[in-house]
Write a protein of this length. Structure first.
Length: 72
């Protein structure tokens, strides 16, 4: 899952770079770049929690299956 989190962060950086470049074409480039940076930073720090949440849910389901198999 760590590899997935790293890949998502790389995609976030690339997407932010593309949005930064394209913000020059907007009506207000300063505001476009501001929101691009804010969105990029938020995504950079929150996106890696997605694989962690998936792994946590899978672990919980596996624990339930294991406990049912033991007859507890």
């Amino acid at each position: 899952m760590q590899g997935t989190a790293t890949m998502l962060r790389i995609l976030t950086v690339v997407g932010t770079g593309v949005a930064w470049r394209e913000s020059r074409r907007s009506l207000d480039p300063g505001m476009g770049r501001f929101f691009t940076v804010i969105g990029g930073v938020l995504m950079f720090f929150t996106v890696p929690f997605i694989p962690q949440s998936i792994a946590h849910n899978q672990f919980g389901r596996a624990t339930d299956v294991y406990n049912r198999a033991l007859g507890r």
